[in-house]
Design a protein. Structure first.
Length: 180
């Protein structure tokens, strides 16, 4: 069975439509894979950032506890020394030393709160970086079977547009003669 020029052209157009569709499917698949890898990398970077931030948060809490303990011990030591040396009214001695200790506590608390604000901002920045990465990913556009069908139908319509005398198949459809 030998195909004529019109049939060969129609078959080639259908084959080309199928190959283009498959190529578009592969491009979509490759883009989806690239996006998945980018998301995994972004997620890992985000978790690493959060881990570092939480480590710093723990170190700040330990530093707060250590400084608070140190101030408490210095306060106790100063009160004991003042009371043992007999410096006047014991209530006034305790008040003076307590006031100095309160100032130290406030300073330590202010520094700790500053650290927490900084760490919270770093957490927000890490999340914003994750979102920027996600938002920058190229969307995946998968080709539709409908577009393939339209392309194949177009090839068929092109074949049926030829005069019936030039076609081997479907002689009863489309253009019947060379005269219009």
């Amino acid at each position: 069975m030998c195909l004529g020029g019109s049939e060969i052209m129609a078959v080639m157009k259908v084959g080309q439509a199928v190959m283009e569709h498959n190529a578009k499917k592969q491009v979509a698949k490759d883009q989806a894979w690239a996006n998945a890898r980018a998301r995994m990398t972004a997620d890992k970077a985000y978790l690493v950032d959060l881990s570092k931030i939480e480590t710093e948060r723990g170190m700040a809490a330990r530093e707060l506890a250590l400084e608070t303990f140190k101030v408490t011990q210095e306060k106790k030591k100063a009160m004991a020394q003042a009371l043992n040396l007999g410096f006047g009214n014991p209530h006034r001695v305790v008040q003076d030393i307590g006031t100095m200790a309160d100032t130290d506590y406030n300073q330590i608390s202010t520094e700790y709160m500053g650290d927490m604000f900084t760490l919270n901002n770093q957490t927000d920045d890490a999340y914003a970086n994750l979102q920027r990465t996600y938002n920058s990913l190229e969307p995946v556009v998968a080709p539709s079977v409908m577009s393939l069908g339209i392309d194949i139908a177009g090839a068929g319509a092109g074949y049926l547009d030829k005069p019936a005398s030039e076609r081997k198949y479907f002689k009863g459809y489309g253009k019947q003669t060379d005269s219009a």
